[in-house]
Structure formats: C-alpha cells, structure tokens
Design a protein. Sequence first.
Length: 495
Amino acid sequence: MTVAERVPPRYLVDAVAQVSCLRDTETLRQVVHRLCPQLSPSLDTTAGTSRRGVVFAVMEELSVQPAGIARLIEALEVREGNSITMRKLKVATAAWEVELLDDESWEELFDLLDGIRIPDLDRRYAEFLDTLGRFAPPLPCTEPWTVFLHAATLNARPGSQLPCFQVLQQLLALGADGERQQLIIDWAEEHDPYRPAATGRSERPSAADEGSPASEHIDVWNPSDYLMVQLRPLLDAESGRDTLLSHWLRVHPGGRIKGEDSRIDLRDAEREVATLVFHAESDMAHRRADLALEFVLPRDLLDLDVERWHKTSFQGVGGVLGEDHHVVVRSLDRLGRRDLHGRWGRRWDAFANGRAGRVHWYPEDGRSHLLSEPPPAVAVLSDPPTGARGETGARGSRDELVEALRAGVPVILWDRRGPADPVFLSALRSLLDRHDLRGLPGVVKALRIAAIDSDPENDVLVGRHVALLWDDPNRMPVASVGTSAGPPPGGEESS
C-alpha cells in the first residue's frame, strides 16, 4: 500500500471505536500515551476532543509505521480480552491489510487460533522464514494471528503453497492439541488456492522434475552452528571411566574445532554434556542462531534419552536440551563402516534434492520396498533398536535398524517407549504426510515444546516419545586421535 492507501478506512475505525474498554477515558489516555506519546498533550489540553477523533488520530499515526495497527490491537486485547468486538476488529484489520479471505473465513481462522500459545514464537517464525529463503518481519510477530497476517503478505513461489498456509500447518498448528490441530490443518488445505495435489505431501518430485523451482525452494536442514558429541564405550574401561567423550564445535562462519577427548563415567554423561553446551553457548553469545546438538552414538547407547537431558540451571531454573535446541542422534556404527558410505551418500542426495521415495514403515513394508527406486530416505521402526546395554534380539530375527542403516537410509524414527502403539503411529503418519521431511528436526523440536504443558499421561503426543536419527553424511566427525574409527576393516557386526 502507498501512504495514502494506509489511511484507515471507516469500517476499521468503527471496529476500533466499538471496543468497550476505550469508553473509559483513563484507559484511552493510557493507550494513547503508550503508543503515540506525541498525541498526549493534545488529548490533555484540548477540551471537547471526540473519542472517535482521538482513535482515528492514533490509527492514522500507527498506520504508516512498519507494524501498522497491530500494536494497537495487541494493547486493546490485553485490556479487553477475547471479546466479540475484538474478534470483529481482527477480522476488519485482516480484510484491510490482506485481500486473501472473506470476512467469514477470517472469523473461522481467528476462532481456530484463539488461545494458542507458542513459546518464543517470534524467533521460531523468523527461523521458518529463513528456511523459505525469506527475510524476517520488520518487527517481531508474537501472536499466531500476526504471524499469519505477515505471512499472508508474502507471495508463493512457483509450484509451492502460499507461505501463510505453510506456516499455519507447519508451525501454528503445532500449538494446538488433538482435534483442533487437525481442524487447523484441514482449514488450511481447504482455503489454500495452491494446496498440494490430492496425492499427498509425502510424495516427492520425480527425477524428471529435478532442478524445477518446486524442488529447489526448500533446503534440507543444515544448521550453521552445532555441537557434535560422540560417546564411545571403552574396551579398556577403568573403574568410573568407561566411556570416551569426544566433541566438535562449529560456529559460523568459522570451521569446526575439535575439543579434547575425555574419559568419563557414562552415568555422568548428562552433566558433562551440560557443561559443553554451557561453554559453547557462552562462546557464541554474539550469535543469534540456535546451537544444534548431534549425538553420535553406538547402537548400545541409542536408548539414551539425550533430548530430555538437562542443561546448566540459571538461578534454580533449568532447561531441557530438546526444548532449547534441535537435537538429533546419529549412528557411530555406520560412521565406522566406509563400505556403506557410498549408498548412504547417494540416498542422502536423493533426499536433499526432493527425489526420495515414500517413508518406509516397518514391519508392513518389505525389504523390496527398502531397496526400490526412488529410494526411501526415511524409515519408521516398529520397535526401539534392540541390543541396548547388552540386550540382544533373537538370532535370525529381523533387525530393522541394521537393515535400514545398511541400505543407506539417513533418517530413522521410533517410539522410545517400546513397540509403537497404533495411536502413536497414526499421529506420526499424519505428521510425516503433511510436512516436508527435509525440515524434520525443526518439526520435532516444535512438537517437543508443544508437549511441555500437555498432560503427561497423554501418550499420543509424538513430541514426548519420538526419537530422531538424522544422519547427514556431509557433516562427519573427525576420528579421535589414537582410537579406532569403528570395527576392523572388513569386519561384520556380530548378531
């Protein structure tokens, strides 16, 4: 809009003037003083100034600012609450700023978003825009409706959804539970004029489509700053020192720096990692990017709930790794088998370029699907990996993890509690179907945050129980000096 077009229309001034809290002179005075202090003297000294005139003056002043009248609406909502007049005001604002939906549809959307609270929403929205190659908004968007309104001002790239409907499904819906989450997703699919084909989002472009704008605009998750932690059981373990801890830190734009190895007691690993994270975040305090955490673990340690490990507390208040950071695990066993790296790299490239096959679901999908073209790059196990801390599966039984790792599958998920129950699998299947899997670490982090304030007994929450193995072959840890990089060359894993 031009400056002239930013003059608030009559219906929008009417909507603001009808908010009941503004009928109180003192409240009106506080709002003016907070948002437009330069107008306060005229309000205090001019007798007979009409209430509507004051409202219009404030709106006219705010309209030419980057945030528009969003600041006014937020100030009124704090005082008025979620009243009918506030709902009408939001609809009127949306209709003025974005010619996207009719009033009835805006009303439906605001009703669906009512009450949704997403921690650190402004930062997470900025991260979402960054994955789309977009700039962050000029001012923070701290409410779901302001996030949607800003995203609605962005155009869609060829072959993709409008950003506002993407953020609605991939970020804002995660703040809702159960039925309302699905209602938001369904609403977005119904109203998005560029929604994906009915065949489902899990399908990826074919090899013939490689290089098209639709297959290029989404980048695979690749954090600029990360801490890589490797835990390796020691054969010559001493009492209280049974594990070798290695770590690497990368802070953009510098290179990766390897820290000093240390022998630790595995029972102290959580505390040791908390110290590493504390020092890493202190060293990168000037950075605004998040620090991602990657745990390179052997099979026997994949049952460690590293995403639930605690951080160094601040004045008695602690944090959890999986809530503050993107946390993934990686396979130390495959890392040490160079003969598997070729197929691993090829399958990753297909995944990163949007040419991978559909998700491989154990046990229903057979081995022929795992080895088919286009190659599946994501697998869901029917059970947590066996062999953790000395527990061994029955000889001759199907080892899903080893089968997937050997085939080169770079992304593997499972239910940490045990055999995945049907409700969990249904929720996970729905999640994977509606998201681009190349951004899965961000989706999982959002789900872990969404689970914070939910009922602990609600076992259907994917974020509370899912484990994510995300193995990017382009980001490899350097072998520790004086240690073997894995099993002897040509050796085979024992069953």
